[in-house]
Design a protein around this ligand. Structure first.
Ligand SMILES: [Zn+2]
Length: 60
């Protein structure tokens, strides 16, 4: 079963869907996407938001 994270579930005006086999991979790809497309550096994301991102990851 794949894991999916939809950027819009995080309140972003963005249709990107990030899919990977594991939650860790999704988080890694999400960090890349946030940096490349939203100019958000993963290192600057506070733990409360990281928890929100984790919670938004769904099984597909
Ligand atoms: Zn996005």
């Amino acid at each position: 079963m794949a894991k999916v994270l939809r950027c819009k579930d995080l309140g972003m005006n963005c249709t990107k869907e990030i899919r990977a086999e594991t939650e860790e991979e999704v988080l890694q790809l999400a960090a890349q996407h946030a940096e490349q497309d939203h100019g958000i550096h993963a290192a600057s994301i506070p733990p409360s938001i990281q928890a929100m991102v984790r919670a938004a990851i769904k099984d597909e």
